[in-house]
Design a protein around this ligand. Structure first.
Ligand code: ATP
Length: 604
């Protein structure tokens, strides 16, 4: 029986890790819809389920026939053989049916989870950055792993348990009535008497187990806190106090464990008493009935066996409801991710950008506030037109709105007022994919994927040949170190490109942008200090990248601002100065101040 104390042991999942269950089972409908895409597998699984439930009941029926006929007076070889032949057939059907059921039910569980993961990921890829500000990537990734694991459990196990045990319990009861109606009526009264206390103590035991787990977690928190601050503890002479605090936590844990084991021992005693007592009462009634000849010994054996099966099925059913609610909670959370609609979409009939691309980008009276910080204007009545081939350096203190310009240019957000245009086309009227195809982004941190050097380089242009890749690497001053990698372009760069230096990562990002060969370049220069040699290599690579492209660069290097056609100085979302390095340095404005602070240190 699933509800015996042995099965509801102390190892419940830690409370903080347990995802919230739902209040109703209705979110599970989403799983049914998913599973319905595989009608063949569902049909086989349900058929196997029905057959195995039937075969489970057929086992005691076979025993009845064996005891009455094969062990009975006047048994001959034929009756013995045929009784055992039946048992053998039932056992073979039960074995094969169980294997088929397990395979297809588990298959459905895994398939439904795989489909949900694919659909959720596909939908997440459509979401703009604002979505990931309100939905933390950590939380989403936990939904994709732990919630899907719960669903896999629900579809692959719990639903099967629920269905199988309902059928078994019902079929078993019907069989019991046909065997011995009076005894069955007694059993029906007896089941709640046995199962009730087990369910009651089972739930108390789970609560006690959870609290016991929490206390263990408290110990873990204290240990890591004290170990992490050992110097402070010792320097302030707090060893005694910490020992005292720890001893309290350990004793609390012991207290919680004591409560748990007490409940469990009482529960064990009660279960043993009720289960064996119940069986004894049944056997006593049965023995009386056999002695007065009203039923056979085989019937009693079949009755006790079937009774055990029915009680087990009912016990299992009382356990699955909680699991189904947990599954419904998980399905609900994943469904939210599936139903999420992106705010930024292509219009029904998008305007195409002109061909060939000119590489013009214009911000016209743009005002924008981030949805999560509506009180601060990230851009305020901002206007800037960058002509084809022009290099504009954006300079300004932290929080001035420099990165926001890039986000609006890529149409990750729409401005609240004003308009952004690429080659004369207003962004909301174009397909975001087409807009982004006109741009190459070099982020501040050269973002690398856990993939080969080749795949990292051609991330924006998968059709690039090796010859083109090397050409770009050459231009980005990345070829030398790439050639030295153990397997050349096939070398795995490790998670986050951990095997490369900062300067090398930047040069890979530059080579990637070169391969993308887009007319507009959005370049966020790295602030991290590079050594002089690396700095020269990166600058050299950037010069080649910017050639013949419209470039908007968030500048952190003196060489960049010097080479720019125009410097735009921003503060609080507005342009405060514009001009060349020489002109702006001569004025005693924000630029001169920033340049003194920023570029002098960079040069040093
Ligand atoms: N995702 C966001 N959610 C809410 N507010 C944001 C977000 N990103 C930026 N901001 C705010 O918008 C304003 C402009 O930020 P932005 O990142 O464009 O500045 P920046 O000039 O690029 O700064 P830095 O040089 O530090 O990167 C700031 O006030 C900033 O706090």
């Amino acid at each position: 029986m699933d509800a015996t104390p042995e099965n509801s042991g102390p190892v419940a999942p830690a409370a903080e890790a347990a995802p919230r269950p739902a209040r109703t089972l209705s979110p599970l409908r989403m799983l049914l819809r998913q599973a319905a895409s595989y009608p063949g597998e569902v049909a086989i699984a349900v058929t196997a389920l029905l057959i195995t439930s039937g075969a489970t009941i057929a086992v005691p029926a076979s025993f009845k026939s064996i005891i009455d006929k094969a062990f009975g007076k006047g048994a001959n070889a034929d009756t013995i053989n045929s009784s055992f032949r039946w048992l053998l057939v039932v056992v073979v059907i039960l074995g094969i049916g169980t294997a088929v059921r397990f395979y297809f039910v588990s298959w459905l569980g895994e398939r439904v989870v795989a489909d949900i993961r694919l659909k959720v990921q596909a939908n997440l890829l459509r979401m703009p950055p604002s979505f990931f500000e309100t939905n933390s990537p950590k939380e989403i990734s936990s939904r994709m792993t732990s919630d899907t694991a719960i669903i896999e459990q629900v579809v692959g196990t719990t639903c099967s348990i629920a269905l199988r045990n309902s059928i078994t319990a019902l079929g078993g009861l019907i069989y019991l009535f046909t065997l011995a109606p009076a005894l069955t009526a007694g059993l029906l009264v007896g089941i709640p008497v046995v199962v009730g206390p087990i369910v009651y103590f089972g739930s108390r035991l789970r609560t006690a187990s959870r609290s016991s787990q929490d206390r263990v977690a408290d110990i873990g928190v204290q240990i890591s806190e004290v170990l992490g601050a050992m110097k402070v503890v010792q320097a302030f002479g707090q060893e005694k106090r910490e020992a005292g605090r720890f001893s309290e936590a350990v004793e609390r844990t012991f207290g919680a464990a004591k409560r748990r084991i007490f409940i469990r021992s009482v529960m064990t005693a009660i279960v043993i008493f009720l289960v064996f007592g119940g069986i004894a009462v049944l056997m006593w009634q049965g023995a009386t009935a056999v002695s007065n000849g009203s039923i056979s010994g085989g019937t009693i054996a079949a009755f006790v066996l079937t009774g055990g099966i029915v009680a087990g099925a009912v016990g299992a059913l009382t356990e699955v409801y909680g699991d189904l609610l947990r599954g419904a909670g998980a399905a609900g959370r994943l469904n939210e991710l599936l139903l999420e609609q992106p705010e930024i979409t292509a219009p029904a009939r998008p305007l195409h950008l002109p061909q060939p691309p000119r590489g013009q980008i214009a911000f016209q009276n743009v005002s924008f506030r981030y949805p999560s910080r509506p009180e601060v204007a990230a851009l305020e009545d901002f206007s800037l037109a960058v002509e084809p081939g022009e290099t504009v350096a954006i300079v300004g203190p932290s929080g001035a709105g420099k990165s926001t310009l890039f986000l609006l240019a890529e149409r990750f957000y729409d401005p609240h007022a004003g308009m952004v245009r690429i080659d004369g086309v207003p962004l909301p009227q174009a397909d975001p994919a087409e807009v982004r195809a006109r741009m190459a982004l070099v982020p501040q941190e050269g973002v690398l994927f856990a993939a080969s050097a080749r795949d990292n380089l051609r991330y924006g242009n998968w059709s690039a040949s090796d010859a083109q890749i090397w050409e770009a690497a050459e231009a980005a001053n990345a070829a030398t170190f790439l050639k030295e990698l153990p397997q050349g372009l096939d070398t795995f760069l490790g998670e986050d490109g951990a095997r490369l230096s900062g300067g090398q990562r930047q040069r890979i990002a530059i080579a990637r942008a070169l391969l993308r060969d887009a007319p507009i370049l959005l370049l966020d220069e790295a602030t991290s200090a590079l050594d002089a040699e690396s700095e020269r290599l990166v600058q050299d690579a950037l010069d080649r990248l910017m050639k013949a492209r419209t470039t908007l660069v968030i500048a952190h290097r003196l060489a960049t601002v010097r080479a720019a056609d125009r410097i735009v100085v921003m503060d609080k979302g507005r342009i405060v100065e514009q001009g060349t390095h020489t002109v702006l340095s001569a004025q005693d404005g924000l630029y001169a101040r920033l340049a003194r602070l920023q570029f002098d240190t960079a040069e040093a």
